[in-house]
Design a protein around this ligand. Sequence first.
Ligand code: CTP
Ligand code: CA
Length: 223
Amino acid sequence: PEARTMPGPLLGRHVVVTSGPTHEPIDPVRYIANRSSGAQGAAIAAALRDLGAKVSFVTGPASVPPPDGVDVIRVETARQMRDAVEAALPADVAVMAAAVADWRVTNAVERKIKKDGSGNPPALEMVENPDILAWISQLERRRPALVVGFAAETHDVVENATAKRKRKGCDWIVANDVSPATGIMGGQENAVTLIRPDGVEAWPRMGKDEVARRLAEAIADAL
Ligand code: CTP
Ligand code: CA
């Protein structure tokens, strides 16, 4: 469907949202991925839309559908995601909710890898993917006024996320406990801590739609 804009505090603002996992091919039938469903990113895009923003929704192969009323740009790999984000600029706000694969396979091949009879698995060589959040945070000319990252952590959540915010140069980080015990990765709920330059705010566990609504409101208040 055509993107539409609604009246609201974000009317006239353009927001780029990344969402979902990325897939990094090994061969034509196999890839490296992660457990992201894309639900939190989709909810954030919908909440920003509801406040009147024009949303460019750059999504990897997610298991939840993209929301109506946003511009959907579908990608597969981290590098495609980076290029799509770049093509969507300029933007007032960037929210990088994607679970980007940290590595890609450098010796990916065009034909299906076959067992060779030796019992030995193929050796996959990997290289780090571009860090889209760090890249956009450090843009000189076209940096969005507000850059929001996520931090998926299984331990020392606030400490790790605070360090991540500084390292990447984004304005805010939404820290996310993805340890298996929380059941959050792939689920309907989220427990986040919003880390901003002026303080840390732990939100109670709530639905991903509610996290999205509160985050969109905080973004509208900040602009
Ligand atoms: N991110 C990104 N590009 C990457 C890796 C991560 O844009 N190649 C973004 C994510 O969308 C998220 C933030 O960076 O907003 C943090 O992602 P996370 O995986 O928690 O951090 P990493 O820097 O990849 O560190 P690590 O996985 O080692 O904890
Ligand atoms: Ca990562």
